[in-house]
Design a protein around this ligand. Structure first.
Ligand SMILES: C[S@@+](CC[C@H](N)C(=O)[O-])C[C@H]1O[C@@H](n2cnc3c(N)ncnc32)[C@H](O)[C@@H]1O
Length: 286
């Protein structure tokens, strides 16, 4: 039995967490999460709850993508996006208790930004990448993290979430609707076709944004959600260094396809200015 401390941020969320196997409430016992039916889930030394257990996930970042994301986000280049998301998501949160869920939280960068903007909020990040979850579990004192596949029913009570973030991550509209409070907000951030366009033009193998994606997003949310507003966050990131560009490519799905990236970066054959272009939409439940 391990004796590492259970993070306060995780204990603070026990009222909303539910056993992934039977849906009953969870409690902490012997450094694990347990339900009355004795289903039990490890709490990793790094602080995240292993709710997915041995179940396999459909998708997720591999450790090198997660590392690249940590490195790139640490440069502060995406801070304008983090601020825009925090601003859009915090509007209308009032001053009452506020529970934030970040689906596909990665390293918890945007969750932490929102928790900074809303000092009375607490947050939970879900992701399948254990390398990312280690970071997410320490991204903010009020952020907890758990391994979960967002395509499965969430280990959460009905109607317990005030703000649901989905930033560049897979979506599950049915579960988003179930766990959001009736007056809750869903914030979806996704790239436009211009996002990182200069990289696609100069680095072979970069994956482009499918133009039909935008229509699919709206179709998927149409029955359960109503759009309140959309902000377009556009910024030119100038004077990018080789390692910055390497990390930026490395954290995208293109990392799996870009064989020539290292050579391109080494040869200095990379653009110095790259466009950040992201749509941030706030939805409410119908
Ligand atoms: C492009 S990253 C975005 C991460 C974070 N939201 C950010 O913007 O920094 C997509 C994230 O979704 C996670 N992911 C992919 N498939 C998932 C799934 N089925 N369930 C949960 N997370 C998943 C990946 O591991 C990765 O952390």
């Amino acid at each position: 039995v391990s004796d590492h401390p259970v993070p306060d941020a995780l204990t603070a969320l026990l009222d909303v967490l539910r056993c992934p196997q039977c849906g009953k409430e969870l409690h902490v016992e012997a450094h694990m999460l347990r339900c009355p039916d004795r289903h039990s889930f490890d709490i990793a030394r790094q602080g995240y709850a292993g709710l997915l257990g041995g179940a396999s996930a459909r998708s997720g970042d591999d450790p090198s993508m997660a590392r690249a994301r940590t490195d790139f986000l640490a440069t502060g280049r995406y801070a304008p996006l983090r601020d825009a998301i925090a601003h859009a998501a915090s509007e209308g949160t009032g001053t009452d208790a506020c529970t934030v869920l970040d689906a596909g939280c990665g390293t918890g960068y945007y969750l932490a930004g929102l928790l900074d903007a809303v000092p009375w909020a607490r947050g939970l990040g879900l992701d399948t990448s254990t390398r990312s979850l280690r970071e997410a579990a320490r991204a903010h004192p009020r952020a907890a993290a758990a391994s979960w596949d967002v395509f499965r029913p969430f280990p959460l009570a009905d109607g317990c979430v005030d703000v649901l973030l989905d930033v560049f991550s897979p979506r599950n509209p049915g579960e988003f609707q179930r766990v959001l409070r009736p007056d809750g907000r869903l914030v979806v951030a996704r790239p436009t076709a211009q996002h990182l366009a200069e990289l696609r033009a100069s680095v072979p193998g970069m994956v482009s944004v499918d133009p039909a994606k935008e229509d699919r997003l709206h179709a998927a949310f149409a029955s359960g959600f109503e759009e309140i507003r959309t902000d377009h966050v556009v910024q030119t990131m100038t004077d990018l260094t080789g390692p910055e560009v390497g990390a930026l490519i490395g954290m995208t799905p293109s990392a799996r396809h870009v064989d020539l990236m290292d050579e391109a970066v080494a040869a200095g054959d990379i653009p110095g200015s790259v466009t950040l272009s992201v749509l941030v939409t706030v939805f409410r439940r119908r």
